[in-house]
Write a protein that binds this ligand. Sequence first.
Ligand SMILES: Cc1cc2nc3c(=O)[nH]c(=O)nc-3n(C[C@H](O)[C@H](O)[C@H](O)COP(=O)(O)OP(=O)(O)OC[C@H]3O[C@@H](n4cnc5c(N)ncnc54)[C@H](O)[C@@H]3O)c2cc1C
Length: 412
Amino acid sequence: MHTTNRADLVIVGAGMGSGVLALLSAARGLRVVVLERHPGGPRDPVRGELLQPNGLRILDRLGLLAGLDDREVSRTRRFHFHRIGGDRLVTIDYGVLPEPFNYALVGQPASVMRTLRRRLADTPLVSLRWGWEMVGLLRERGRVVGVEAREGDRLHRIAASVVVGGDGVASPVRTALGIRCRIRPYADGYLTLVLPRPSGFGPDGRYYLGRREILGLFPLGADSLYLFYLWPAGDRPRLEAKGIEAFKARLTAIHSEVAPALAALSRWDQVGWMPCVKIVPRAWVADGAALLGDAAHALNPHVAQGRNQALEDAVALDAVLASCFQVGNFSRQALVLYERLRRPRAEALQRLGDEMAFFWNTGNPLIGWIRDRVFATLERDEYLRRKMLELVAGLSDRSFTAWDRVRALGWR
Ligand SMILES: Cc1cc2nc3c(=O)[nH]c(=O)nc-3n(C[C@H](O)[C@H](O)[C@H](O)COP(=O)(O)OP(=O)(O)OC[C@H]3O[C@@H](n4cnc5c(N)ncnc54)[C@H](O)[C@@H]3O)c2cc1C
């Protein structure tokens, strides 16, 4: 059975970037339909995530930070990097950045999403459809003019001027558009855990790096600790075969303070798994359609920018759509301005993510030695430390020059 609806804009996937685009578009008077295939809204695994100053600015402008529950999020200024079994290498301090966003917000994605969803539900021009899965695109003379969506055993057609795919790494919208895409799964992903925070664990985040081994520990809200541990993709059976006590013993050997928190860990189903993928599509836009967030540019999580970049996409796409609606032109040529505005920055961060993964995840002692030497230089060199911080915080596009790299190796 088919029902037909009409909207100005259909957004597939209800992640944070999609939600912000829906709010911005509705504020311009557009009728927006957001489709999310999961009946209860997006499902994020139990984990923490960093919202960086660039993302925080966008959320703040929309009043979305005010509603956050301080028991669920941490404003973290300092992140300490240690060599496993060795010294502290460098401390990155967001406190040196301009106020008010001189911190990274650590929270479970669901905390911010809850506030965003409440706002969307209260916005009359936005219609949220949970449990609606986009199954195809409607086309007229080669141009996208809407979507077909399945809700249980019902089929719906929604006609729209523009369709936006904010539908993640696998992006059914990208596939339906026939956009060819380079998909690079990284060799390593992350085991993730949220545990009770041990009493002695302070307000700072910590990274421990070794030979193809990384443990990250971030305070999460008032009394939780977010723990992530690098692990080769597809190799979980080897981990589980060793037993959960061996896993806990290894984490405790790296940072003994986590021992009391790990008392709460007794089953493997408490441990999440996050694979890491890079996505480089041939194009981000087509006639009547555009991609946003991971669908357009998933990147290695070392940069901690994926969701923040999706927020920047939303702001840029909103501005481009505003002029498209003014002149009634939704062609690829009209939408490509969005891709030109956003793609160079997203790809620069993808390259930074690749470089970080190469050095941080390495099992090669020589590359590990170079990594540790660069960290140690950053600790001494305020200029390079600040430059790196501003890149990761999303406040600058200035990548390291060849001279910066020589300087980072300590040769100058
Ligand atoms: C280990 C790890 C750590 C990370 N840490 C950080 C961090 O600290 N900071 C940061 O900014 N980023 C981080 N990221 C990246 C971040 O999680 C992603 O960039 C972000 O979730 C992308 O959001 P999205 O909305 O584009 O896609 P998604 O979050 O994947 O959302 C896509 C949505 O589309 C829906 N959907 C898919 N297909 C359909 C369909 N056919 N119909 C309807 N709905 C559909 C899905 O159900 C889903 O809800 C990390 C990633 C990893 C792997």
